[in-house]
Design a protein around this ligand. Structure first.
Ligand code: A3P
Length: 309
């Protein structure tokens, strides 16, 4: 379906919410969510849609990319698309129309039959922890999974801006300090950041999983991109690599109607700063120290570390 034929996102969301309005909870400061498998999830994932995503039969050519929200997943999606299309985005399309967000229904196709008819390689988006992945248990699937993680202080701040400034699904209208508390207690949509990231990290050596960090893409773009391409089975020649580098910078993605998601008016400027360390503009010293203590306890022994500066 061409993007022009899709209903406006607001109408779509209303329709999805109407599928199972009973499951939608309204928490503190108006924050909307629903519970799925014991994890806080967005209202726009009705149980039937979630069940479809879990039972979708994946194919060897499929690429399922996943992250906790605000971890650079849109950047990753564009990189995957550019790798698959040799550095040239498809014509008469937008980034959103080239992806299939199976569980959430924001993108077409919506039915299992339509999804099955979609040609390979299908690029399937989700923001699920390992135990709720598209296709069921990742280790039992023939597709490839790519997970991107970002330092949680930047994630918490980026997510706060997203949920509090936009009329999106959560509509959080409370202060930052309360949001931070909810984030640390796993009460924001998609649940506990530590559980989410570590659930995938534990499987990082699986042959069909590639684990990436946002900060590596930011600081060591070329080797990180080449590693991703290699995992996906593509060899990038120098001109393709140069095209991808040029098209996927923060500035280029913000300026390009293909990738900037201006068609979703509720996003009202999806791209914000695109940097490492913008948490410093928001955290107080005391908040940072308290966060560090939780971080040290929860990450201990995991072998996973992030750059915060
Ligand atoms: P900020 O809010 O810190 O700017 P997601 O796509 O998973 O929702 O993640 C969104 C975050 O990724 C936003 O972070 C956004 O600006 C950042 N981002 C998107 N494209 C980027 C790019 N090309 N380079 C760097 N950061 C990017």
């Amino acid at each position: 379906m061409s993007p022009a034929a899709e209903p406006a996102i607001g109408e779509y969301r209303d329709e999805i919410h109407a599928e199972d309005p009973k499951g939608i909870e309204i928490g503190e400061h108006g924050y909307k969510y629903r519970m799925l498998d014991g994890v806080v999830m967005p209202p726009y994932i009705p149980p039937a849609r979630y069940a479809l995503s879990r039972t979708l039969a994946t194919r060897p050519g499929d690429i399922c990319y996943t992250s906790f929200p605000k971890s650079g997943s849109t950047w990753l999606a564009y990189l995957i698309l550019l790798i698959v299309h040799r550095g040239e985005p498809p014509e008469d399309a937008t980034l959103r129309s080239c992806l299939h967000w199976v569980a959430s229904s924001w993108t077409y196709p919506r039915s299992r039959e339509d999804l099955e008819a979609w040609p390979s390689p299908r690029i399937l988006k989700s923001h699920m922890p390992y135990g709720m992945a598209v296709g069921g248990v990742p280790a039992d699937n023939p597709c490839k999974y790519v997970y991107i993680a970002r330092n949680p202080k930047d994630v918490a701040v980026s997510y706060f801006h997203f949920e509090s400034e936009k009329s999106w699904s959560g509509n959080y209208r409370g202060p930052w300090e309360h949001w931070l508390q909810m984030f640390l207690e796993g009460r924001v949509q998609r649940g506990d950041w530590f559980d989410h990231v570590l659930s995938w990290w534990r499987h990082r050596d699986a042959p069909n999983l590639h684990f990436l960090r946002y900060e590596d893409l930011r600081r060591r773009f070329e080797p990180t991109l080449l590693g991703l391409a290699d995992f996906l089975g593509y060899v990038l020649d120098e001109p393709t690599l140069a095209r991808i580098r040029e098209r996927s910078t923060f500035q280029a993605m913000t300026a390009d109607p293909f990738s900037n998601m201006h068609e979703i008016k509720e996003f009202n400027q999806f791209f914000r700063k695109g940097t490492v360390g913008s948490w410093k503009d928001r955290f107080t010293v005391a908040q940072s120290e308290a966060f560090d203590a939780v971080y040290a306890r929860r990450m201990e022994g995991s072998g996973l570390a992030f750059e915060f500066e």
